[in-house]
Design a protein around this ligand. Structure first.
Ligand code: GLY
Length: 345
């Protein structure tokens, strides 16, 4: 929920928490940039800060253990409350640590990046990367609440703004032509532009509706993975080479290729693919892994969590804006054609 006063929004959760049982999880960046805002909102309530390293390379079991260890050392009980103050990596990891410590603590997410606000911090997906595969280990565990406080975005770097915008575009594609066109009309050159709160609320509502209908991703929720089958594979290829890349950039590249598949296999309007391809070239650039890495990308896709059968990749594709279909399998030739389109743009 979007809140204008963090202190009053937190009150119900603080009142239900005993003295000495409030924990705040931050990384080095959010500790410096966002903790002062949260500390003011927490007023006199004493809390223990747990600081983890920032960056996707630390989304590991070792960091989860660090959080468990800190909770143990500071005598957290099952009545403890963990506040996760950070981007998607931190809220995924903190959510998992909370969901598993003593079989489950309450947790509240306060996302600090646009990407975490519009996607990662709501819906209850928690976890960490394992054997180089994104979010391979995890569980569904809903936060008590996700509090979206827009002033936290004030220090967000431009590429992180673009990363979140990509997930917003995904929600637009899953919703209506009007929503999609409103998102395209945003001034992308002005990455400090404050997204109108009504647009943000409409965007969040798309995810909320889908998660409410299918919280544990048996079917419909797979639509929220549009762009992620190919996007995650690109992201994993970057990480395997020791290069960092914002998650939303990979999602955008994945959406371009998966829109191509949607046009090819389901008759999706080609104009939408053209619009997204132009936007990609203008603001995100091309993925910096070349066509030779195709086989490697396909191998990563074989580990995608949506796959139903070993050796077969399942895609969520679009027949039209707002008309998505899950569990689509395609031929290797069609996949190669889509990757060829993406890499030769
Ligand atoms: N990020 C996609 C989902 O929450 O299902």
């Amino acid at each position: 929920m979007i809140v204008s006063d963090l202190n009053s929004a937190l009150q119900p959760y603080l009142e239900a928490t005993a003295q000495g049982q409030l924990f705040v999880l931050v990384d080095e960046n959010t500790h410096a940039k966002c903790m002062p805002i949260l500390a003011t909102a927490l007023a006199d309530m004493p809390y223990m800060t747990i600081t983890i390293p920032a960056g996707e390379e630390h989304k590991t079991l070792a960091t989860v253990e660090q959080i468990w260890h800190a909770l143990y050392e500071h005598h957290a009980t099952r009545d403890a409350l963990l506040i996760n103050l950070g981007g998607g990596m931190l809220t995924d990891l903190g959510g998992f640590a909370a969901a598993t410590f003593m079989r489950g603590l309450r947790y509240v997410n306060i996302p600090t990046s646009l990407l975490a606000m519009v996607d990662a911090s709501s819906g209850g997906k928690t976890g960490f990367n394992y054997l180089g595969v994104k979010n391979m280990i995890g569980c569904f565990a809903q936060p008590e609440q996700t509090l979206i406080y827009l002033p936290l975005l004030d220090t967000l770097p431009a590429e992180q703004w673009l990363s979140g915008y990509a997930e917003m575009l995904k929600h637009g594609l899953l919703d209506t032509d009007a929503h999609w066109n409103t998102l395209l009309a945003l001034d992308v050159n002005d990455t400090k532009c404050s997204i109108p709160s009504a647009l943000l609320a409409d965007n969040l509502a798309v995810k909320e509706r889908i998660v409410a209908a299918d919280p544990t991703e048996k079917s419909l929720r797979k639509l929220l993975n549009f762009g992620h089958t190919i996007g995650h594979a690109i992201e994993e290829a970057y990480h395997a080479d020791g290069r960092s890349v914002p998650h939303g950039y990979c999602v955008l590249w994945g959406m371009v290729a998966e829109l191509y598949l949607s046009v090819l296999c389901l008759g999706m309007d080609k104009q939408v693919l053209t619009q997204l391809s132009h936007l990609m070239l203008a603001y995100y650039g091309r993925p910096a892994c070349n066509c030779k890495e195709r086989q490697r990308l396909v191998e990563w896709m074989m580990h995608d969590k949506k796959n139903k059968q070993a050796g077969q990749i399942s895609f969520s594709l679009l027949r039209a804006i707002g008309d998505g279909v899950v569990d689509q399998t395609i031929s290797r030739e069609q996949l190669d054609e889509a990757l060829e389109y993406l890499f030769s743009l």
